[in-house]
Structure formats: structure tokens, C-alpha cells
Design a protein. Sequence first.
Length: 313
Amino acid sequence: KQWYQRRVAITAGEEMKSLLNQVINNTKENASKATDPDHNTKPCSKSHVEEKPNAWNRSILYTDVLKNKNGSNIKQAEVDTLLIDNAILVDRTHFKEDGSAVFECSSKHDREVLKNKLAQNFPDVATKEAADLFPTISVSFITCKYSADDLKDIILKQNTQIKTQADSGEHFKILDIRSHKANEKRFQAVIRVSDKIRNVMRNNRDRVYVGNSSCPVFDRFHIQRCNICQRFNHYHKNCKADSPTCGYCAQHDHESTGCPNKENTQLRCCANCKDNKFNGVKNTHTAFDPECPSYKSAKDRLKHRFTPKNTKN
């Protein structure tokens, strides 16, 4: 029995030694390949390093009316050919009725290439890059009422990863601090942050340490709506409409504040839904109704811009 146990131990030792030698040889072989200049390996593409898909923002390019030098409209097929031939990645394209277009490019690199190619092929078409949007968040259930400066200091001190990003120049600005409607002893802060800081919070289970508690983080999606024309994505001070549109009845001869049909619910009509013509939806609501299909659609489009590409939602 003792002889058998010694023999098993010797055999196991020999097998272990052989396995270790094999591992050592493989390691040396891999190291020699890595240092061998003639070894056939593909270098890391620069674009793959610099052009990782932005986790939040899509790179948007607006164009003026798409027309050729002779004044004729550029066909959609011509634009598609330009995108395909130049390997430009576009997530979505909106061709408007007035002949202009909006391109949601996959990266800033793709947007820059598209901008240059449009200038080369259609020099009369003006383009404009959309400014990057920063995610806006709510940090809820804060136990004390802090000033904006104090709250920022507390968050940066207790959340070192956020502080590292903020110290490197990433955007972090507290916009507002208010009490909760349901509990006035608890507070929430509205904060605008950069993509990188938002991802740090997401990786921390959407929570931020503030004082004596861990506070949940929620995304905020605010849609601008003009009180004059009722359209989205701008306020009244930037409105270019020739005449007002009523938010109650969608008529163009008076503003919402002077609507004679304000109290008549049967004459309610949303100007945005009237133009969008949602199938199967009764247009019996105001333009500022939170359940408005046009408002929800605009909100979904904004969410689409801020939805991380590397997560499933």
C-alpha cells in the first residue's frame, strides 16, 4: 500500500512538472511574438481607440434644404449612395417636408466625414452641428437642505470616482434643490452632468452618497414647448412663428391666454397632434396635456438620444 501511494505521488508530480513546463514554453512563445517586429499581427486601429460609440449622445448634423447647384432637390437615393460609398454610419435620418434633413450619426467622426462629403458634393447645402446635450438627473431623498455649493462639495468628497471625472474637466453643475412634494423633510437635487459622470453613477447602481445615506439617481427628460406656436424644442423668446397658435383649440387668431373656448372641453384640440395626425387617437386634449401623444413622442425621441448603446432598455 505504501509503495502504491509513493508511485501515485511520483506520477502526479511528473504530470504536474510536465504541465508547468508546457505553460512556461507557451508564455515564452507568446512573449517572443509580441516583441518580434516581423510577427504578423494587425495594429490596433486608431479609429477603434478614439471613436468608441458615445454612451449617451448621438452626433447630430442638421442640413439646410438639400438642393443641387441647379436648384433641383437632392434625391434621397443620392444621399444614401454618399453614405454607403464613404462608409458613414448613421443611426437615423429625418427628411423633412421642406427639403432639409437631420442625420443622427453614430459618432463625431462619422458626423465630420458626412459634413465634409456634403460640402464636397453639394457645396450649396449649409450644415450645422447640434450642440452636445448633457444628461440631466435627479438625486432624490437627500436628508438635509444644502446650498448648491455645499451639496457639490459633499458629493465630490464622498464619491471619489465622480470627483476624479469632475477634476479632469467633466461637466457637473447643480441646477436646483427642492423639497419633495410628498415629504417636505426630504429633498431632491437637479444636476446636469457629462456622459462620463452619468456612467459612473450608472455603474454604482444609480446611487450617489450624500451625507448619511445613499441616494437614488433618476434621469430627467425635459421637453421645451413654446407658448406662442406650441411647437417643441424652443421657448417663446426664440419663436419665429408669424402668428400665435392657441394651446386650447389650435386656432391661429389668438393666444392661449385669450382663448374664448378655454372652458369648453368639447372644443379642445392639440395643434401638434393635429399636424402629426396620430391614427386612432382622439384629439380632444390641449397642447400642454402631459398625456399628449405628440409630447410623449418628443420625449421618446429625447430618451433615444440619451439611451446608452451598450445597455438594453
